[in-house]
Design a protein around this ligand. Structure first.
Ligand code: ZN
Ligand code: ZN
Length: 364
């Protein structure tokens, strides 16, 4: 029998609480709640103490909370005020002195509740206690991301043959999102980016009503989600014509930088060193200014999480994390190329989770 990974996560959090001198943590981030308890609803407040896990949710989630989290948490369902009930139940968890709360996940309105109903306890703002645990993925988490990435790759393979000059970016986003759903993606972790022509130079373009013109770039940045875990992929292709020499050269540069980074990235090097694996290639060719974002980010229950692969991160990349490798070169008025794959930084080295099919595609 395989041990429930949620128990190990709760124990790891309890150990972190001891190290911080806390008797418990109020968890409000939905991703952190899912990580610790399995509850996937949108509204709950959780307290993890050194011995108990309490989950308070509302009437809508009664059945779901018991089914998903009942084995690893005490579930309380409240139909009027979840916060009032939370503080009431918290008082039953034994003598608790100082408690942390997730400052990044609570609002100013929530802070007012602490000032009143939270009076019996000493509260300390905490930032990333659970996020730090989430960085190193267990085998089940890696498998879920791998499934999401495979699904995303297949959705793209089903979509590209349907792309025609004259279609709008939004139409293509619709075909892609339909394929993702049909193949089993639970949701779109972020708004699908389909950008064409000069709009591919906008790294976070919104899909628009612009129609595709022959010979232009088409950039698709999209995600898939399996068991709550995200994949994040970008491909850039040429539509309606063979690539020009100029397009081929630009694409080749980004592909070379991406391949170098995804094969050499590993746990233990810093976020800055990882970023440089791709940036050095692009800068050496004189396009450093046109690569204006960082190389990548962690991916898991959230599509953007720790660690950051950027020039400003001097910390070592943790073993077990899953990161995106997504260099891009953007030329204002002309267009841009970005290529993104997902890589698991295993103890044995980088393992590609997405398909890594980065040869230049010409949809003619
Ligand atoms: Zn992306
Ligand atoms: Zn990304």
């Amino acid at each position: 029998m395989i041990a429930d990974p949620r128990r190990a996560r709760q124990e790891a959090l309890a150990a972190a609480l001891v190290a911080e001198g806390l008797d418990g943590l109020l968890v409000a981030s939905p991703a952190n709640i899912r990580y610790l308890t399995g509850f996937s609803g949108s509204a709950a407040i959780v307290a993890v103490t050194r011995g108990d896990v309490l989950l308070v949710t509302d009437f809508r989630y009664d059945e779901q909370a018991r089914a998903e989290a009942g084995a690893v948490a005490r579930i309380e369902v409240e139909s009027t005020s979840v916060w009032d009930r939370f503080f009431k139940e918290l008082a039953t968890l034994g003598p608790l002195g100082s408690l942390g709360y997730e400052a990044q996940a609570l609002s100013v309105l929530d802070a007012e509740r602490f000032a009143q109903a939270g009076k019996p306890w000493r509260w300390k703002p905490m930032k990333d206690l659970v996020e730090r645990l989430r960085v190193a993925k267990d085998p089940g988490e890696v498998a879920a991301i791998r499934s999401a990435a495979a699904l995303a790759g297949e959705a793209l393979r089903q979509t590209l043959p349907q792309v025609r000059v004259g279609m709008t970016e939004l139409e293509i986003a619709g075909i892609l999102e339909g394929a993702l759903r049909r193949l089993g993606s639970e949701g779109h972790p972020f708004p699908t980016i389909v950008a064409s022509g000069a709009r591919t130079a906008l790294p976070h373009a919104r899909s628009s009503r612009r129609t595709l013109v022959a010979g232009e770039w088409l950039l698709l940045d999209f995600g898939a989600q399996v068991d709550g875990y995200c994949a994040d992929i970008t491909r850039t292709v040429v539509v309606g014509a063979r690539a020009t020499e100029r397009q081929r050269a630009l694409y080749g540069l980004v592909a070379e930088a991406q391949l170098r980074a995804r094969s050499c990235v590993q746990a233990g090097i810093s976020g800055r060193e990882a970023d440089a694996l791709a940036r050095d290639v692009i800068e050496a060719r004189g396009f450093g200014e046109a690569f204006g974002h960082s190389l990548g980010h962690g991916v898991g229950l959230e599509v953007h999480e720790a660690p950051r692969l950027s020039r400003t991160n001097a910390d070592p990349l943790p073993a077990g994390s899953v990161v995106t490798i997504e260099p891009g070169v953007y030329l204002a008025g002309q267009g841009g190329v970005r290529i993104e794959d997902d890589v698991h930084l295993s103890a044995e080295g980088p393992v590609l989770l997405s398909d890594g099919r980065t040869e230049l595609l010409e949809l003619v």
